[in-house]
Design a protein around this ligand. Structure first.
Ligand code: NAD
Length: 265
């Protein structure tokens, strides 16, 4: 199987590893040198299965093309439109969006019957769940193919509706938002909140988890869910996250977020 991944960030790299570990041939594309530098360790680990590129080829005769660029509607639409003249007639094109409307992304795409959401979770090699989000334009056989393909690489695909945050990010949102709301008050620290939640049995407290996800990514997802649900107060994004982003403290990927880390990723 040949897979082309657009965006070599946290998710692009994780998903590349998922496919490479199952003997697929993966091309990882990112126009930014720093992202490709970070991805080099993956090529060293899977030299026969992962190749990096900084240019988008003219033809993409791959079974799957997966988009994993930042959570911005216009950027993703631009990237998806660029694929129109490049993909093969059997290629499935997927988006890893966390919370944008898959219908919105599909609008105007000439290949929209072969387009749908595949939402992997972080870290992709360790998390079995993948939400599969077809649109009303997705051909039923493409959804079926997606389910069997994802099962064949050891994942557990679940069909999710194209609603803001799909299933998991919708239900998980209050975990982050309420924790941020408490921390905004200034008299309870992220560390204490994490300790309490981890003591209760959660694998990671909300702040440690936001650092893992990327504070910028988590904030963008909250914004998209909040907008998509017409601004309910319970999903209001936090200024605490906006300040971290402005200060460049976007989490583990840069070595600092709510916590400090010794080395990147
Ligand atoms: P990231 O910021 O780590 O990576 C994004 C990558 O896209 C960067 O390497 C960047 O250089 C690259 N990029 C930017 N513009 C590009 C372009 N025009 N063409 C190709 N590459 C481009 O972000 P991420 O955490 O990997 O998130 C990617 C997507 O996956 C987002 O939609 C996000 O919501 C979703 N997602 C993230 C998580 C998570 O926990 N981080 C989980 C599930 C889904």
């Amino acid at each position: 199987m040949r897979v082309f991944i657009i965006g070599a960030g946290t998710m692009g790299r994780g998903i590349a590893e998922v496919f490479a570990s199952q003997e697929a041939h993966v091309w990882l594309y990112d126009p930014y040198e720093t992202a490709l530098r970070q991805a080099q360790a993956l090529v060293d680990k899977y030299p026969n299965h992962i190749a990096l590129t900084s240019t988008l080829p003219d033809t993409l005769p791959h079974s799957v093309v997966l988009e994993a660029v930042p959570e911005e509607m216009e950027l993703k639409r631009q990237v998806l439109l660029q694929l129109s003249e490049r993909i093969g007639s059997d290629t499935i094109v997927t988006t890893n969006t966390s919370a944008l409307s898959v219908h919105g992304l599909a609008q105007g795409l000439p290949y929209r019957e072969r387009f749908l959401g595949w939402h992997f979770f972080n870290p992709a090699p360790r998390m079995p769940l993948v939400e599969v989000i077809p649109t009303q334009m997705t051909a039923p056989e493409v959804t079926e193919q997606s389910l069997s393909l994802l099962r064949s690489i050891g994942k557990v695909p679940v069909i999710a509706p194209d609603l803001p945050g799909f299933i998991v990010n919708r239900i998980a949102r209050p975990y982050y938002v309420e924790a941020l709301r408490l921390a905004e008050r200034g008299d309870i620290s992220p560390k204490v909140i994490d300790k309490l939640m981890e003591g209760l049995g959660f694998r990671m407290g909300p702040f440690r988890l936001m650092d893992l996800i990327g504070i910028d990514v988590n904030h963008a997802v909250t914004q998209r869910v909040w907008e998509g649900l017409f601004y309910p107060i319970r999903f209001r994004p936090s200024w605490l996250q906006a300040q971290k982003i402005a200060a460049g403290r976007t989490g583990r990927k840069v070595g600092r977020g709510f916590y400090e880390y010794d080395k990147r990723d």
